[in-house]
Ligand binder design. Structure first.
Ligand code: ATP
Ligand code: MG
Length: 289
């Protein structure tokens, strides 16, 4: 999604304290002497703030962990194991470590990761998935000094094979030094064959959160931060009424209002509603595009 830079300093992210505290706890557990892995799943509608939460989770985890991150997109949904390859890219580029990483699973995992050409016989999909799970466990153990955190954004667009691998990994994560963090839009946005995998990830998650819209108080706070302390609460309320607390729409409206303040004589509520309709129209056009 094209995002407008937020009109307020990056930290803290309003009304996401609990979600971020849960991620901090998961990173703490991962960094203990006896590491405990886990799975965090953030879901929510377009523009609700998933990528923003993941950006902060990544930044905090990077202080102590090895963070691998990728974002799926509709152009790669049909490419088997595209997401797995993207997450493993640094390992795949490390020619010295690669043989140890692949271990006995070279024949099955190699073609899936684009390292070797497939044999004449089609590979058993379950065998390939098991090989990738075993390889992931080995990768996690190799990173003990700075434990491994895999972050996948827009998982509703990830290819089904990679989602199958992550879903199979899910129930094992508590026993591995590996934290998996996933964000996705509600499952109805995903391809039919991916939905069971996203559901399985949700079931296996140590924390599964549906991100909520922002409150009127948060909208008022953002309005003051973006437009100055002189911005009145009525404007914050009008913005919340017009957007329902969608962070994306609030950010867009505030960016526009900073550039083109409302005419002092205008009826605030009506002007803000009209502006919100334009923002929504542009977003719909972008998405259809
Ligand atoms: N908690 C928040 N408080 C204020 N603004 C926020 C918050 N979360 C996100 N935003 C702003 O809302 C906009 C959309 O956020 P973001 O891109 O994270 O949404 P998303 O859920 O990832 O959307 P999509 O499903 O389209 O990828 C961004 O401009 C971001 O800065
Ligand atoms: Mg996003």
């Amino acid at each position: 999604m094209t995002t407008t830079p937020p009109p307020w300093p990056g930290d803290p992210l309003p009304e996401r304290e609990l979600e971020l505290a849960a991620a901090d706890r998961a990173v703490d557990a991962l960094c203990r002497t006896r590491p405990e892995g886990g799975l965090l799943v953030y879901s929510g509608a377009a523009g609700i703030g998933k990528t923003s939460v993941l950006a902060r989770v990544r930044a905090r985890a990077a202080e102590r962990c090895t963070v691998r991150t990728t974002r799926a997109d509709p152009g790669t949904t049909a490419i088997p194991f595209h997401t797995a390859r993207a997450l493993f890219a640094p390992d795949l580029a490390d020619t010295d470590g690669l043989a140890a990483l692949l271990g006995p699973h070279r024949a099955l995992a190699g073609p899936a990761l684009g390292l070797t050409t497939p044999g004449d016989e089609p590979a058993d999909p379950q065998g390939v998935q098991d090989a990738l799970v075993a390889l992931t466990a080995r990768a996690a153990r190799r990173h003990r000094a700075r434990p491994l955190v895999l972050v996948l954004d827009d998982a509703h667009w990830a290819d089904g094979e990679s989602l199958g691998w992550l879903a199979a990994l899910g129930p094992r994560l508590a026993r591995l030094p590996l934290l998996l963090v996933v964000a996705h839009r509600p499952t109805e946005h995903a391809a039919e064959e991916s939905r069971p995998h996203l559901d399985a990830l949700g079931t296996a998650a140590r924390l599964r959160v549906t991100l909520r819209a922002l409150s009127p108080e948060a909208a008022a706070g953002l309005t003051r931060r973006a437009l100055g302390t002189g911005a009145d609460d009525a404007l914050g309320r009008a913005l919340w009424d017009a957007t329902g607390g969608s962070p994306y729409e609030l950010a867009e409206l505030l960016a526009r209002l900073r550039e083109h303040p409302l005419d002092p004589g205008a009826d605030q509520a009506t002007a803000v509603r009209e502006l919100a309709a334009t923002v929504r129209g542009h977003r719909l056009a972008d998405r259809l595009g």
